[in-house]
Design a protein around this ligand. Structure first.
Ligand SMILES: [Zn+2]
Ligand SMILES: [Zn+2]
Length: 144
């Protein structure tokens, strides 16, 4: 199955095959500022599942080794790309053509959340990075 997504203006678009490997809400301050939103939701893929189908996104290095990809026309955040996750692509669920089809399954960097932000769910909440994602990478032997 092919899933598609795009930015606000439609210049940057992507497609991927199969199911996401992992999903989460990220409460970290960098994602919050990058998305200008109290929290963002990610889906993870293997790079082999994924392709850009429109204009290439622009890139901003938010921390050494971490790049935030975005549409240079409309500014929509499009992807998170990190040297410490080689072979992984992290997309924002909100950029899917149909974001209602893929839901987050855990909260990460929960210690950085805004105190007034609350969600009424029973998903796990972790301080720092996802243990699920780390375990997934280990099991699939993606080399760091
Ligand atoms: Zn755009
Ligand atoms: Zn984050």
């Amino acid at each position: 199955m092919t899933t598609k997504g795009h930015c606000l203006c439609g210049a940057v678009s992507y497609a991927f095959e199969g199911a996401p490997t992992w999903t989460c809400y990220c409460h970290c301050e960098s994602c919050r500022r990058n998305c200008a939103a109290p929290v963002t939701a990610f889906l993870g893929l293997y790079a082999t599942q994924f392709r850009w189908t429109g204009a290439q996104p622009a890139s901003y290095e938010s921390t050494p080794g971490i790049r935030r990809l975005f549409c240079s026309t409309c500014g929509t955040p499009m992807a998170f790309d990190a040297d410490h996750y080689p072979g992984d692509v992290h997309l924002y669920i909100a950029t899917l053509e149909n974001p209602s089809t893929i839901a987050p399954t855990e909260h990460v960097h929960f210690e950085e959340r805004l105190p007034w932000f609350s969600t009424d769910d029973d998903m796990s909440r972790v301080d720092g990075s996802s243990e699920t994602h780390t375990e997934l990478r280990k099991n699939h032997k993606i080399q760091d």
